[in-house]
Design a protein around this ligand. Structure first.
Ligand code: ATP
Length: 459
């Protein structure tokens, strides 16, 4: 699909920087490649996304429980999970301009997605690159070093003395925190299979080619949900989570036309089924989240490496088994990028001016309403309204500049309602409420505002 969209990555980066959504990391020191800091508006939006995800997949789920596990884990965890041995990407350097690339990504881009490098060996990828004259995107030469597998885990060490130091890792995914707590959660909640364990937290990957704003960073947040079920029911739950993951995105007001399932062509040896949901990012169709049927591989491996039995005993039948796991995993930052890309619009107004507007779902927007006194001498009443609403919602207050300019600023950060205090407010306690998307205005009593906002932000 070739669709004309107002959004580009450059426009998003600029808007985010200018409006306090996302800043380059360590900005005053000239930045630190591929790290980003969320600003006052961005942190609210991202927190809202995380809260909505948690509400949907933990709070409203029949049998799901949350954990918040440590980032630093026993190094044996990563041996059991297979990350120490094989969490790597095929890296090659351009001999001419010295830039580093992922061989699989070069092939994918060159073939416009018609060739799947996941099914190729390193030798096959090298041969393909030579044969098809796949060139370095920076300098245009086809002269690369041989492919080397590059482990993506960040290493560090613990221990106070030089000799006593042990190598440990910053976790490259949150999932293992859920697996290692399987027994703890099951025992303390007395959960019966099927049940889920969810977690939201930071993960770190020394990516070969990070970039594209917050699409691929070296530090990011994941929202992961493992659903443990009995073998034989796994197919049904896999389909269930595929649907639920898609519905969550649609409910966030991401257009179904910008979303699609993509089955993995090559499955990991332990996986029974795997697919991604791709979003039509400004860089093209790319993975937004994954759903995997991981069988009982992870719990079995942890049983083997820890020596602790992961057998679940069915309380009715007495049957003993290691449950299967359906994993649903989505990056909070990548979701943020999808939501920003989807919300961005440029509209031409009747007076010929252009307004940039972010059409976030009101539940996602940083501030639910902006309180704007028409003139400065109405600020006392406006602050009263602000304080009243701030008890219930994140709201913002702005009295600087013309009302038109203030509307524009709120449109750019996606505030769904602007509440204007004018001289009538002093007389009869009514205010004007302007809708971000339609720009229509209605008159409400101050006492009606809470219910009105509540209605708009339902998710
Ligand atoms: P990719 O193919 O894009 O490298 P992946 O298949 O390695 O992703 P998973 O390990 O399945 O990704 O991670 C689950 C989710 O975490 C991804 O769908 C994505 O939303 C997010 N994610 C993974 N790596 C990064 C990253 N470097 N930066 C931001 N988000 C990420």
């Amino acid at each position: 699909m070739e669709e004309k969209r107002a959004v580009t990555m450059d426009k998003l980066v600029n808007l985010c920087k200018g409006r306090g959504i996302i800043f380059p990391g360590s900005d005053i020191y000239g930045g630190m490649g591929n790290t980003w800091d969320y600003g006052p508006v961005g942190v609210e939006i991202k927190n809202n996304l995380k809260k909505l995800w948690w509400k949907r997949f933990v709070q409203q789920a029949d049998n799901s429980y949350g954990v918040d596990a440590a980032i630093l884990m026993n190094a044996r965890v990563w041996e059991a999970s297979g990350h120490t041995a094989s969490f790597s990407d095929p890296k090659m350097d351009c001999k001419f301009c010295k830039t580093r690339h992922r061989a699989d990504n070069l092939i994918e881009a060159h073939s416009h997605g018609t060739v799947n490098p996941d099914t190729m060996t390193n030798e096959e990828m090298e041969a393909y690159i030579k044969e098809h004259n796949v060139v370095c995107p920076k300098c245009g030469k086809c002269d690369f070093t041989p492919i080397r597998q590059f482990n993506l885990m960040f290493e560090t060490s613990r221990g106070v003395t030089e000799e006593g130091q042990n190598k440990i890792y910053l976790r490259p995914e949150t999932a293992q925190g859920e697996f290692v707590n399987f027994l703890n959660v099951q025992r303390t909640t007395r959960a019966k299979v099927p049940f889920g364990i969810a977690q939201i937290g930071k993960a770190f990957r020394n990516e070969v080619t990070p970039g594209n704003f917050i699409f691929r960073t070296i530090e990011f947040e994941q929202m992961e949900h493992q659903f443990f079920c009995k073998e034989g029911t796994d197919g049904e739950y896999y389909e269930f989570y595929k649907k639920a993951a898609m519905q969550f995105l649609i409910d966030l007001h991401i257009s179904a036309d910008h979303l699609r399932f993509k089955d993995h062509d090559k499955l990991a040896h332990y996986a029974k089924a795997a697919c991604d949901i791709q979003y039509y990012f400004p860089i093209g169709w790319s993975e937004l989240n994954g759903i995997h049927n991981r069988t009982n591989y992870d719990l079995s491996r942890h049983q083997e490496y820890s020596g602790k039995s992961m057998l679940y005993v069915d309380p009715v039948s007495g049957e003993k088994y290691i449950p299967y796991d359906i994993e649903y995993s989505i990056g909070a930052d990548r979701l943020m990028l999808a939501v920003l890309s989807e919300a961005y619009d440029e509209e031409t107004l009747e007076n010929g001016e252009t307004r940039v507007v972010m059409h976030f779902h009101p539940a996602v927007a940083a501030y639910k309403a902006a309180i704007l006194p028409l003139q400065k001498n109405l600020s006392e009443k406006a602050k009263e309204v602000y304080k009243k609403l701030a008890e219930y919602f994140p709201v913002t207050y702005d009295e600087a500049g013309s009302i038109g300019k203030r509307y524009r600023r709120q449109d750019e950060i996606g505030t769904p309602m602007c509440i204007t205090i004018d001289f009538d407010t002093l007389e009869n306690d009514t205010v004007t409420v302007r809708d971000r998307d339609s720009m229509e205005q209605i008159r409400l009593n101050i006492s009606e505002l809470k219910d009105h906002i509540d209605e708009q932000i339902k998710f």
